[in-house]
Design a protein around this ligand. Sequence first.
Ligand SMILES: NC(=O)c1ccc[n+]([C@@H]2O[C@H](COP(=O)([O-])OP(=O)(O)OC[C@H]3O[C@@H](n4cnc5c(N)ncnc54)[C@H](OP(=O)(O)O)[C@@H]3O)[C@@H](O)[C@H]2O)c1
Length: 245
Amino acid sequence: MNAENFPGFVRKLSEFGYCGANVTLPYKEKALALCDSTTELATRLGAVNTLWFEGPCLRGDNTDVGGFLANLDEQAPGWDRKGGPAVVLGAGGAARAVLAGLAARKIACVTLLNRSTERALELVDEASSWGFERLAAEALDPCGRSLEKVDLLINSTSLGMAGQPKLELDLSFLPDTALVSDIVYTPLETELLKAARRRGLPTSSGLGMLLHQAAPGFEHWFGVKPEVTPQLRALIEADVRRGET
Ligand SMILES: NC(=O)c1ccc[n+]([C@@H]2O[C@H](COP(=O)([O-])OP(=O)(O)OC[C@H]3O[C@@H](n4cnc5c(N)ncnc54)[C@H](OP(=O)(O)O)[C@@H]3O)[C@@H](O)[C@H]2O)c1
């Protein structure tokens, strides 16, 4: 699959015998443009990760937001009760979904740290009407000064993913109770999560988000909503581990 044949492939999904699909980077924006209709959330985020047919019409949704929230709720119940400041690393499609999730849970103050501050500022501009009290953008600085007084740190860059550069970020400034979440799921435990664990901080890994974002699609495709059980997680973990070796 490449950028050129993606539109043709999506338009012929049903001819190829598919009842829908999950879409990943870098095709989520392109997929939105190919849908006959999209949910309000997908339209607002400008990205689709789940495609399915309703009759001849191709529908699109963005289930990354729900997947991100369901995973945190599962791995760190009550994480949003305090509503304290959050730092989001990244300003791409996944960061946009994470930001929408934080807005839905009324997290008031969020700082985006990204390599390209221009891209982060664009996202801040876009999300300025989502209900945040304070939303700021800064450059991603390895010394980690911006992590002071932060309750929640989320990596939504591709840094630390297998085959991608390492995420260089000193966690020393994070308060002792801060929750560290990484939405990257290959490897299952990223270097960021390992560093957080070494500091004794609570962590949340990315595989659960993948599983939870997939459940609504599965329901559209096969009429059954799968439950994200420990058994299902173990099965997929084993599969990811096989790919790691
Ligand atoms: N767990 C899940 O279910 C789930 C769901 C969605 C995404 N993800 C993961 O989230 C990650 C990001 O996905 P995405 O769709 O947001 O991708 P994207 O739109 O391409 O954005 C990539 C982000 O990573 C940053 N980045 C990439 N290379 C970098 C480098 N060398 N140095 C510094 N920053 C760098 C980019 O910064 P610039 O803006 O400066 O380029 C941008 O913020 C991927 O690893 C993806 O697998 C996981």
